[in-house]
Design a protein around this ligand. Sequence first.
Ligand code: SF4
Length: 543
Amino acid sequence: MTRFPPDRRRTLLAAERPTEALSRHGRHRVALGFPNSYEIGMSNLGFQWVYRLLNREDDVACERFFAEDEDDDRRGPRTLESDRPLGEFPLVAFSISWEMDYANFLRLLPAARIPLERDGRVEGDPVVLVGGDCARINPAPLTPWVDVFAMGDGEKLVRPLGEILRRDLSRERTLHEFARIPGFYVPAVHGPRAEEADEGRIVVQQLKAADGASREPPHTTLLTPHTELSDKLLIEVARGCSEMCRFCWAAYAMAPQVRIPAEAVLEVARRNRPLTSRAGLIATAVADHPEILTILRGLSALDFHIALSSVKIDAISPEILAILTVQGERALAIAPEAGNERLRLALNKKVSDAMLREKVRLIAASGITQLKLYLQIGLPGETDEDVGDLVRLVDDLRRIFLDEGRKRGRIGTLVPNVNAFIPKPHTPFENEVLDEPESIAQKLKLLDDAFRKMPNVTFRGMPVVEAVWEAYLAKMGLESGPILREAAAGVPVRKLVKEHRETILSVVRPIRPAFPGPPSDLPRGVFDPHARQASPWGFIHKS
Ligand code: SF4
């Protein structure tokens, strides 16, 4: 896998347009991989930004590789730029944003003839580094295979990484040097639970809120039509979210929020306008930026077509909607999460039913004809009544949406997108359990039956097996090794969940507290320091 057929490689390279001249020369070479297809990898702003930062380093040249389809000549994964095998690079780095890509990661190393177990690597083998969201959430399951985890923002970690590369050290010295720098976790030096690190902690290195004012806005390095977001200039406007919904990993892990001033965002947009007319704003919650209107007005004045993936409910205004719809946007997504105010309050989601009704009215009046509603079942403290309230809420919003649509002569569709609540590390709900699979199935059936009877409603529910697998991937520890290996060998998720049911349920629905001592009497939704310490990610702390 990952070797590009010559024609495809040439086509992809020929279609790329850089937003900054990249030096292709450097004695110290890094292969930077995204363990999924080119189309998905190049749609990822974090991957694109780190590629730029690495290439900006003196005497460092970074090339990309992806998890492409199986290739016949069995030459193994090669980089896109120079078609070189990964084994020739002293540093092979991965940016992993989704745990779902772990199987591809595990396939890539043996395909490149790099020993899979880090203990089996010797002098001359590449140092295997993993960064991206997965590294900072829960690196534990990957520790047998990864030499170095980069835990934090690229701006904080790429510079020291470049300094280490330029020193031309032995493999062993390289690992020790990484281990000395805050934010790099080296299992061979720090231990599988970072027992040997300072105070047994690895401290994630991230920008502070005050850094936002002077931060260069991360943006697309290479524009290409061959991505899911064809030729779209992605610009990050903020990281973190002020709402702090109790289930949201991004809000807690990225806190405090780092916002980039509108003028800096618009300067990037202006500079790159000759290259593309499509822009996408990236943020944990796009509209949670005090200057969002200035940014949208500025992009609109530059004649960019703008798409927002979802909008924070309280930030929805006639002007934001007008900017989107005047460009032809007809679809929008919002996230009420729960069917009533009581449960929303328990999640720290500050959206009343009245506000929701009012915003849906504005959305329909603006000309949006497809409104996606992100909702959850199996939330902590949820009752049968709460599930019934999801049905009542959707019906209520449907009526408002249709009434307004009729006035405009265009009847729209409501799309309730219902996921199971997945407890995520580093959130106040990290020790909650996944709902019982049978209960998730029953609730989905109830919702499906109810929504089927509602005209202009298209229901999308998360398959139960996906919920169990996603919850497992989020919280698994070292016990996951054999399961991940089977996944890498191509065993379907449905079969894995069935055959390893006991192990998987013991992680997603632990019966007893995983820590010694009495169960915690802390109120629901509050971090429990004891349980946290015992969790696979308990050694990760924030700067
Ligand atoms: S509003 Fe969205 S991004 Fe912000 S904390 Fe809540 S779920 Fe997370």
